[in-house]
Design a protein around this ligand. Structure first.
Ligand SMILES: C[S@@+](CC[C@H](N)C(=O)[O-])C[C@H]1O[C@@H](n2cnc3c(N)ncnc32)[C@H](O)[C@@H]1O
Length: 241
């Protein structure tokens, strides 16, 4: 497994689900995603987390055939409890994905990659940090798509800091900074959760920022062509027919 793709969310896995549910409307996300999925019958979720996106997709379209992958055993266990046997779930790194089948579509809703605004411009924020490994991740997804199949990557607000309170009197804060090295920009997200009677839980997550031109080159090299889309929340790529 790619060393960048260890259990990235292990430190916050007891709090992750409540945190993200407080941050976003998963039913609205599922509705928007279904519009883009069109008549896709088989779908791969790249970074399924605790299964919230899938749960809401299936509420709206119960016949959808969904497979989810993730590198985090703690989050996958929660996805299994949430989704039961309605969904195939695999502990797998997208960079080494080999499921032996093809899908009509794949998506990442804040999973292995997402789009953020970097200085006002769209940029891919990739949990996979190494450039070659990012190229490999796109190639592995392309290999799991049927000709004409689509990869859909969401935009997210992960660039913003936030703080607040969750049920059970848990307080959280998320600080974000951008680290600039000689040849790369990395978004650093630092989470802290404080619950009464428990030691604070910390999690640091990094995502490499790549400008849109570079992403397009990586995607095209993997056989995925960018598609113009009406919904600015999502970027779509199509596998060559
Ligand atoms: C911010 S969470 C989003 C989870 C879920 N999509 C949601 O919307 O709630 C990012 C997820 O991507 C997973 N992930 C990151 N890198 C990955 C990789 N290389 N392969 C598979 N999953 C990955 C993480 O373990 C984590 O569960």
């Amino acid at each position: 497994m790619n060393p960048d793709a260890a259990d990235l969310y292990g430190g916050m896995s007891p709090y992750y689900d409540a945190f993200v549910r407080a941050q976003r409307d998963y039913d609205a996300i599922a509705a928007a995603l279904l519009e883009l999925l069109g008549d896709a019958a088989t779908v791969l979720d790249v970074g399924v987390g605790t299964g919230l996106v899938v749960e809401h997709l299936l509420k709206r379209r119960p016949a959808l055939d969904v497979t989810g992958i993730d590198v985090s055993p703690g989050l996958l266990a929660q996805a299994r409890a949430r989704l039961g046997d309605r969904v195939r779930l695999h502990h797998a790194d997208v960079c080494a994905l080999d499921l032996g089948r093809r899908f009509d579509a794949a998506y990442s809703r804040g999973g292995a990659w997402t789009f953020v605004r970097d200085g006002g411009r769209p940029a891919l924020a990739s949990h996979i940090l190494d450039l070659d490994a990012i190229g490999e991740s796109f190639a592995r997804v392309a290999a799991h798509l049927r000709p004409g199949g689509r990869l859909i990557i969401s935009s997210s607000n992960a660039h913003a800091g936030s703080e607040g309170r969750l049920d059970g009197d848990v307080r959280y804060d998320r600080r974000t900074t951008v680290r600039e090295d000689a040849d790369q920009r990395v978004l650093v997200l630092e989470y802290t959760f404080r619950a009464p009677g428990r030691p604070p839980a910390h999690q640091r997550v990094e995502a490499r920022l790549l400008d849109a031109g570079r992403v397009e080159r990586i995607a095209r090299a993997a056989g995925l062509a960018p598609r113009a889309g009406a919904d600015p929340q999502f970027m779509t790529f199509e596998r060559a027919r």
